[in-house]
Design a protein around this ligand. Structure first.
Ligand SMILES: [Cu+2]
Length: 338
C-alpha cells in the first residue's frame, strides 16, 4: 500500500493527467496530503459470532474467505476544510491465484485480493477512492453503482502507473458493487476486478451476524465460458471450510452475482427460507423464498436464522455452476455463552 506522502508524489507526477480530467480543483488534492485529521471510522453493532478455526490469509488470493465474508472496509475518515470524507486507497494489481490443485489463474485485482475489499459507508457520506493502477500492463478503472456525476462514473481508462481519484456522495442506501469498466468488461470483471459497496441507511439495520457472499466465475481458457466458479474467490472453499454460525441468530447475507458469461444464477439455501430486501433498497422485507434469481450485477440482502444445528448447503440452483465450485456450507452451532 502507499501513504499520504507517496500519494502526493504520485498526484504531482500525474498532474497533467489530473488537469486534463479537471480534477485538480475539483477534489482539493493538496488537502489529501496535508492537514488531515484522522477520525474514528463508523462503528456498527457487532454481534458475537462462533470462533472461526483458521483465518490465515491465503497469500495467492490475498484473503481468507472465512475472514473476508465478515470483513468490512470502512476506509479512513478524514476532515478536510471542515468537511468529513471517507477515504479508501486501493491499488490495481496482477496476481496469479491457485484456484485448485491443477489451475493457476492470472487475476487482475484490487490490493492483491479477489474479490476486492467490501467498502462500507453510511448514506450521505462523502466518499473518496484513490485508485492507483499498479497492474503492470492494462488500463483499468473503478465504476461504482449508485448515484453520482458523469465524470465520477469510472468508465475512462486509468493507465498503468496512473492514479485517479473518484469522489462522490454515498447514495442511495443499499447493496451496491464496483468493478473495472474497461473493454472487454466481461474479461476485466471475470479476471477479478470487482467488489461490493454497502451503503447503510442512516438509521442502521438491527444487529445481525452480517456476511458477504459474492458469486463469480473463472474463464480459465479464454473461451468466453466459465470453467470454475466460487463464492468469495476460491472454488469450493466453503465446502471444505463451512462458515460457522449460531443457531437462532439473525444472519444478514449481502449476496452479489458477479458471474460473467452466464446470464443468470440463483441463490438457494437448504432447509430454510430467507427474507428478501431487494438490492438492499428497503428496510422491510418484500418477499420470502428459498431461491432467488439474479442476473449479473444483481444483489440483495437476505435474512434468515437456522432453527436446527448441523451443516446446511447454499449454492446457485444452476447445478453446473454449483458443482464447479460455487457451493458451500453453513455450520450451524448451538450458541455458547463464552
Ligand atoms: Cu480492468
Amino acid at each position: 500500500m502507499f501513504n499520504s506522502l507517496s500519494i502526493a508524489k504520485l498526484i504531482n507526477g500525474n498532474r497533467r493527467q489530473f488537469f486534463k480530467w479537471g480534477l485538480v480543483t475539483g477534489v482539493g488534492i493538496a488537502g489529501t496530503a496535508v492537514g488531515l485529521k484522522a477520525l474514528q471510522p463508523t462503528q456498527r453493532k457487532i454481534v458475537p459470532i462462533p470462533e472461526i478455526p483458521d483465518t490465515t490469509k491465503i497469500e495467492s488470493i490475498g484473503i481468507n474467505p472465512l475472514a473476508f465474508a465478515r470483513h468490512f472496509d470502512y476506509g479512513k475518515i478524514i476532515e478536510e476544510n471542515g468537511r468529513k470524507i471517507r477515504e479508501f486507497r486501493v491499488e490495481a494489481r496482477t496476481t496469479p491465484v491457485k484456484l485448485n490443485e491443477a489451475v493457476t489463474f492470472i487475476t487482475w485485482n484490487l490490493n492483491g485480493q479477489v474479490p476486492g475489499p467490501t467498502f462500507r459507508a453510511t448514506e450521505g457520506d462523502r466518499i473518496r477512492v484513490i485508485f492507483y493502477n499498479k497492474a503492470g500492463g492494462h488500463s483499468h478503472s473503478l465504476h461504482f453503482h449508485g448515484i453520482h456525476e458523469a465524470n465520477m462514473d469510472g468508465v475512462r481508462p486509468v493507465r498503468n502507473g496512473a492514479v485517479f481519484i473518484y469522489e462522490f456522495d454515498a447514495i442511495p442506501f443499499g447493496v451496491h458493487l464496483y468493478h473495472c469498466h474497461i473493454a472487454p468488461v466481461t474479461r476485466h470483471i471475470s479476471k477479478g476486478l470487482y467488489g461490493m459497496f454497502i451503503i447503510d441507511p442512516k438509521e442502521p439495520r438491527p444487529p445481525a451476524d452480517e456476511m458477504v457472499l459474492i458469486m463469480a466465475g473463472y474463464d480459465v481458457n479464454d473461451d468466453y465460458k466459465n470453467e470454475l466458479y466460487a463464492f468469495n474467490g476460491l472454488p469450493d472453499y466453503y465446502m471444505h471450510h463451512p462458515i460457522p454460525v449460531w443457531k437462532n441468530e439473525l444472519i444478514r447475507l449481502y449476496v452479489l452475482n458477479m458471474i460473467e458469461f452466464d446470464p443468470v444464477a440463483t441463490f438457494h439455501v437448504h432447509a430454510n427460507m430467507f427474507q428478501v430486501y431487494r438490492t438492499g433498497r428497503t428496510l422491510n422485507p418484500t418477499e420470502e423464498t428459498d431461491v432467488i434469481t439474479m442476473g449479473t450485477a444483481e444483489r440483495h440482502i437476505l435474512e434468515l436464522s437456522y432453527p436446527y444445528t448441523g451443516k446446511f448447503m447454499f449454492h446457485p440452483h444452476q447445478d453446473l455452476i454449483a458443482e464447479e465450485g460455487c457451493m458451500g456450507y453453513f455450520d450451524v452451532r448451538e450458541k455458547t455463552t463464552s
